[in-house]
Design a protein around this ligand. Structure first.
Ligand code: PAZ
Length: 325
C-alpha cells in the first residue's frame, strides 16, 4: 500500500525494501575490482600528508541513472541530466584540496572537459598529410587543459572515476563507496548531484526479452526505488558530511521539498535547484538558513559551482573541526 506523501515508512520496512532491492539486483560487473579501487583510493588519501593532516575525500555523483525495461535491455527510461554539475563541482573540490571519487553516468560530462565541443574527436582533430592528425588551433587550449589536468590528478591519485548506467549499478556502487568511506569518519563527504530514478522495474519482475509491440498499449508497473539517503546517513557512513540535491520544475514547491529532504533524510545540506534556472542559481538549505548562490560573471567565474563548493568546503571544515574538540 502506498503511504500518503509526508508519512514516513518505518525503518524496518525500509531496511527490508533495501535488502530486497540489493538481493534481486543483477550483480555488479567487476565488483571485486571496483571495491579494491575504492579501498586503495580512500586508504591512500586518508594517510597523513606533508601538512600533518589527512586529505578529505568527497564522493561526487553525476549524471542520471537509467531504468531498464527488459533484462536483455533494448529499452530503458532515462532523464535529462548532462553531468555538468558533477563535473564542474569535481574540478572545484580538487582545487580545494579534496580527493574525489567521481561516480558518473557513462558518456556524460567529465571534469576539465567542459570547454570541449560536443563531438571532440571530429571537431578538435584535423588530418594533416597522409598519416598525421593534429589538434585544430582553435581548440588546442581546451584540449591541452583537459589532458594535462586530468592526467595530473589521476596520476597523483587524487581523482578516481568510475562509471554507472543503471539504477542497479549506481546504488550498488554508492553503497560500496559508503562502506569504504565510513573508515574516515567526518573527513568523508557525499555530494549527491546525480539525478537518480525514483521508480524502477524490479529485476525479478522484468521480462527477459525485448518487449513486443503490436498488441495495443503497454501496461507496466514501476515501483518506488527505496529511499537510500536515510540509510546512507544512519547506517552506511554515519559520520560523513552529506549533501543531496533537489530538483523541481515548479518553483513554488522547491524549497518546501528541500526542507522535507533535509529533515527526512538527515542531510547536512540540500541544494535546491529549479530546472530552468539551475545553471544560474541554487539555494543551499540547512537546518538554520537558506543561502542563495548565484553565478557571478563579474567575478570572472562563469559557473554557479565555484561559489557553491567554496561554501560547502567551509561548512565541511566547521563540521570536521567539531570532532577535533
Ligand atoms: O547534470 P546536470 O548538470 O545537467 O544537472 C544537474 C542536476 C539538475 C541533475 C542536479 O543539480 C540535481 O538537482 N540533481 C538531483 C536531481 C533530483 O533527483 O532531484
Amino acid at each position: 500500500m502506498a503511504l500518503p506523501s509526508g508519512l514516513e515508512i518505518p525503518k524496518e520496512a525500509l531496511d527490508a525494501e533495501i535488502k530486497s532491492f540489493f538481493e534481486s539486483a543483477p550483480s555488479l560487473k567487476n565488483s571485486d575490482d571496483v571495491g579494491q579501487k575504492f579501498e586503495e583510493f580512500v586508504k591512500k588519501n586518508s594517510l597523513l600528508s606533508g601538512n600533518g593532516r589527512a586529505r578529505r575525500v568527497v564522493c561526487v555523483t553525476s549524471g542520471g541513472t537509467t531504468v531498464p525495461l527488459e533484462q536483455r535491455c533494448v529499452r530503458y527510461i532515462d532523464n535529462f541530466s548532462s553531468g555538468h554539475r558533477g563535473a564542474a563541482s569535481t574540478e572545484y573540490f580538487l582545487k580545494a584540496g579534496y580527493a574525489v571519487i567521481f561516480l558518473y553516468r557513462r558518456r556524460t560530462c567529465q571534469p576539465y572537459c567542459r570547454s570541449l565541443p560536443d563531438d571532440p574527436l571530429l571537431e578538435c582533430l584535423e588530418i594533416v598529410g597522409d598519416s598525421n592528425t593534429q589538434v585544430h588551433q582553435f581548440h588546442s587550449q581546451a584540449v591541452r587543459t583537459a589532458i594535462t589536468k586530468t592526467h595530473a590528478v589521476v596520476a597523483e591519485g587524487l581523482l578516481l572515476k568510475l562509471p554507472f548506467t543503471t539504477i542497479f549499478e549506481y546504488l550498488q556502487m554508492l553503497q560500496m563507496v559508503a562502506f569504504t568511506m565510513r573508515n574516515i569518519g567526518p573527513h568523508a563527504m557525499f555530494y549527491l548531484a546525480a539525478a537518480v530514478s525514483d521508480f524502477y522495474v524490479p529485476w525479478t519482475s522484468m521480462v527477459e526479452h525485448k518487449i513486443q509491440s503490436g498488441s495495443g498499449p503497454l501496461d507496466m508497473r514501476l515501483v518506488q526505488v527505496p529511499k537510500m539517503l536515510l540509510v546512507l546517513r544512519k547506517d552506511w557512513a554515519p559520520l560523513s558530511f552529506c549533501i543531496s540535491f533537489k530538483l523541481e520544475t515548479n518553483s513554488k514547491i522547491l524549497l518546501e521539498k528541500a526542507d522535507m529532504a533535509l529533515s527526512k533524510y538527515k542531510m547536512h545540506m540540500v541544494v535546491a535547484n529549479e530546472l530552468l534556472s539551475q545553471k544560474e542559481e541554487v539555494v543551499v538549505v540547512t537546518s538554520k538558513e537558506k543561502i542563495l548562490v548565484r553565478r557571478n560573471k563579474s567575478l570572472g567565474v562563469d559557473d554557479v559551482e565555484s561559489t557553491l563548493i567554496e561554501l560547502i568546503v567551509e561548512r565541511h571544515s566547521v563540521y570536521v573541526e567539531s570532532f577535533d574538540l
